[in-house]
Design a binder for this molecule. Structure first.
Ligand SMILES: Nc1ncnc2c1ncn2[C@@H]1O[C@H](COP(=O)(O)OP(=O)(O)OP(=O)(O)O)[C@@H](O)[C@H]1O
Ligand SMILES: [Mg+2]
Length: 255
């Protein structure tokens, strides 16, 4: 049965979507059965995976609010992943869910229907701490927190940690934090190095993944071309971090 991870940070643009997709493809590459969930109406993950969000008739929205089975919404691509896609419809879900029974457990229910068919379920969440993110945290076994190595990202992490504590108390006592994943790291700047040190001192109890993702323009290019970053012709410094993280997740999952 799959282990469910959510990539979360309420700070925007820290690499949640980039990390979800590239770790997903890296896991599929080493033989894992991977399901991705796009829980962000911006639909960046759906686009990165090669689909036109606005052309999709059925998305995760329909599973959430129209009781369509996830099997009817699933898409797959040439890089070996399955995805429950999103589009802008998901932005109304946040409001419509308010009146639905067990509104924080809708994603849990959807995942439970197909969980047995996968080794890993990875959820990409939006940069807010609303009901959709709450659903993701309620459904997950573990949280991976991408933090871009800049100060505001550290503040976003603190807000997320508060929400995680709340979710543990009310919805999901088994939720653990797999670790902080430093992204967009520029080893040449003092600021980048200071933030890495700050992460250690601010969050002494959290695991800091050793595979720091280096800053590279190739990430944006890879998303625009919809090619996983380690599949591009030119070797991307930082891409390897995602492969190493995938290997670590598989090892930890076997225990
Ligand atoms: N290591 C990196 N180096 C440089 N740019 C990166 C890196 N990782 C991601 N990016 C780029 O930074 C931007 C934000 O990344 P991404 O969309 O993954 O963040 P996000 O946390 O999902 O954002 P949002 O909060 O809006 O959902 C994108 O243009 C992406 O291509
Ligand atoms: Mg995103």
């Amino acid at each position: 049965m799959a282990t469910v991870f959510v990539f979360a940070n309420q700070k925007g643009g820290v690499g949640k979507t980039t990390s979800t997709y590239n770790v997903g493809v890296a896991l599929a590459d080493i033989g894992q059965r991977v399901l991705l969930l796009d829980l962000d109406p911006q639909a960046g993950l759906t686009f990165y995976a090669g689909f036109e969000p606005e052309d999709l008739e059925k998305t995760l929205y329909h599973c959430l609010l129209r009781d369509i089975p996830p099997q009817d919404v699933l898409l797959s691509n040439d890089y070996g992943i399955h995805i429950l896609p999103a589009n802008i419809d998901l932005s109304i879900a946040e409001f419509q869910l308010i009146n639905v029974p067990a509104r924080e457990r809708r994603i849990t229910r959807i995942i439970n229907e197909i969980r047995d068919e996968y080794d890993f379920v990875l959820i990409d969440s939006q940069p807010s701490l609303g009901l959709l993110t709450m659903n993701a945290l309620a459904a997950a076994d573990q949280v991976i927190i991408p933090v871009s190595t800049e100060y505001l990202s550290v503040r976003g992490t603190k807000a997320l940690l508060k929400l995680i504590t709340q979710v543990r108390g009310q919805l999901n006592s088994g939720l653990t934090i797999a670790g902080l994943l430093p992204t967009m790291f520029d080893s040449r700047t003092i600021h980048g190095r200071e933030i890495l040190a700050l992460l250690n001192t601010e969050f002494p109890d959290l695991h800091l993944f050793p595979h720091t993702v280096a800053r590279s323009i190739r990430f944006a290019e890879s998303a625009a071309e919809r090619i996983p970053v380690f599949e591009t012709k030119i070797q991307v410094p930082g891409a390897l971090a995602y492969r190493e993280l995938a290997r670590d997740l598989v090892k930890a999952n076997r225990r």
